[in-house]
Write a protein that binds this ligand. Structure first.
Ligand code: GLA
Length: 394
């Protein structure tokens, strides 16, 4: 019940076939970008915090070929086809999903790139609404494709920011920088520690083959554009204003206690999450580097409780999935578990022993199904490489 990850070459073949079936000719270039899962540091990327994601072995792949027109024609399995005029400034439009593409196109137009017309076909192995950044992967894969089409390579940080701006301005989600950074900067066998104040990513080796990351999607959908995410972000902005500080990095728990009455209970709890989660992420990196998994596991526990009780972005199904991993425990190979991503549904992340991963996945799958009647999706991943053009001849 450990769902396999479709190999990148299979996704590339499927995208190529879809392109050929739809438009009558195969690709000239193929771009891919991974989703991400976050080990710790949740809902603090927009609060100058630290986050610790990894790119996952689940991807968006786009096969494309340029045409002589100024129109982009894009198809994807199960979604309405998209047609975009590349010669005019972009506006949000329909279908809804085309806005990720429109936002990235506008980013390139802002850089004064002349985009040729093209036909493209998109396939993905990242479940939608799972909190695994399928939208960031789409933006980053598409930005990488456009780089290829105009024969330029943007600095990685600029590409990630361009993708983040697309999400803000065209998809209406005021996200932080974690997802697009993880999808762009990901590297095989590396976690990415991002200092969200400076925007500096640092790679942390994750090379020990005896460690695995399990992702368990509750199949309860998560839609960040429906308001909960923006409301949390607003709470942190209002909290910071009441604290009279210019950055969350400058706020201590002592400051928060001193302002508790002015802030009121809700904003105080939001503040407590931001301050403690930032500290936990730094401690988690130290614990990880020192192979101190009981410490790391306890930090992941605390992170989950803080997201559940103080930040209020968990839900019953996420709490259950985390409890099921915890029930297996250290002896069964589970080192730590928590909800991951934006929350309100979506997935959990479990750090575990590779030898036990299959048994842990089966048990979580079965117990979750018994308790909820919902079939979850559980897969293992190692840190994967970030967005790139695929060289399919080698
Ligand atoms: C979503 C956002 C990210 C981040 C996470 C929560 O994935 O896109 O920027 O805020 O939620 O950590």
């Amino acid at each position: 019940m450990l769902e396999p990850n479709p190999p990148l070459t299979d996704l590339a073949r499927d995208a190529s076939l879809l392109l050929e079936e739809t438009f009558g000719a195969g690709p000239a270039l193929t771009a891919a970008a991974p989703g991400r899962v976050n080990l710790i540091g949740e809902h603090i990327d927009y609060c100058d915090g630290f986050v610790l994601p990894l790119a996952i072995e689940r991807h968006v792949v786009i096969a494309a070929r340029p045409t002589d027109s100024s129109i982009a024609r894009v198809v994807s399995t199960g979604l309405d086809p998209v047609e975009i005029d590349l010669s005019v400034p972009q506006k949000a439009g329909i279908p809804q999903w085309s806005n990720y593409l429109r936002g990235v196109i506008q980013g390139f137009l802002d850089l004064h790139c002349r985009l040729p017309g093209f036909e493209a076909a998109i396939v993905s192995s990242i479940p939608l609404g799972a909190g695994l950044s399928s939208s960031a992967a789409l933006e980053c894969a598409f930005a990488t494709l456009l780089e290829g089409l105009v024969d330029t390579v943007l600095p990685t940080v600029d590409k990630a920011r361009l993708a983040q701006a697309a999400e803000h301005q065209f998809a209406g989600v005021p996200c932080g920088l974690m997802d697009q950074f993880a999808s762009s900067f990901g590297q095989k066998d590396q976690l990415i520690l991002i200092d969200c104040r400076s925007g500096e990513p640092e790679l942390i080796p994750f090379t020990d083959p005896s460690l695995s990351v399990l992702v368990a999607h509750t199949r309860v959908s998560h839609d960040l554009s429906d308001g909960g995410y923006a409301a949390r972000r607003k709470d942190t902005e209002n909290g910071l204003a009441l604290l009279g500080k210019s950055s969350w990095r400058k706020v201590t728990m002592k400051d928060a206690y001193a302002a508790r009455e002015t802030m009121g209970d809700r904003l105080f709890r939001r503040a407590r999450h931001v301050i403690t989660e930032t500290a936990r992420t730094i401690e988690a990196v130290e614990a990880f580097r020192a192979n101190d998994f009981s410490k790391l596991g306890s930090l992941m526990d605390q992170s989950h409780r803080s997201l559940r009780d103080d930040f209020e972005v968990s839900c019953e199904e996420l709490d259950l999935m985390v409890a099921l991993a915890k029930e297996i425990g250290f002896e069964g190979g589970v080192l730590g578990a928590r909800m991951t991503g934006g929350g309100f549904g979506g997935s959990t992340v479990t750090l575990c022993r590779t030898n036990d991963a299959a048994a842990i996945a089966s048990r979580m799958h079965q117990r979750y199904l018994d308790e909820t009647g919902i079939v979850p999706l559980v897969f293992a991943t190692r840190p994967a490489a970030g967005a790139s053009l695929l060289n399919l001849s080698s």
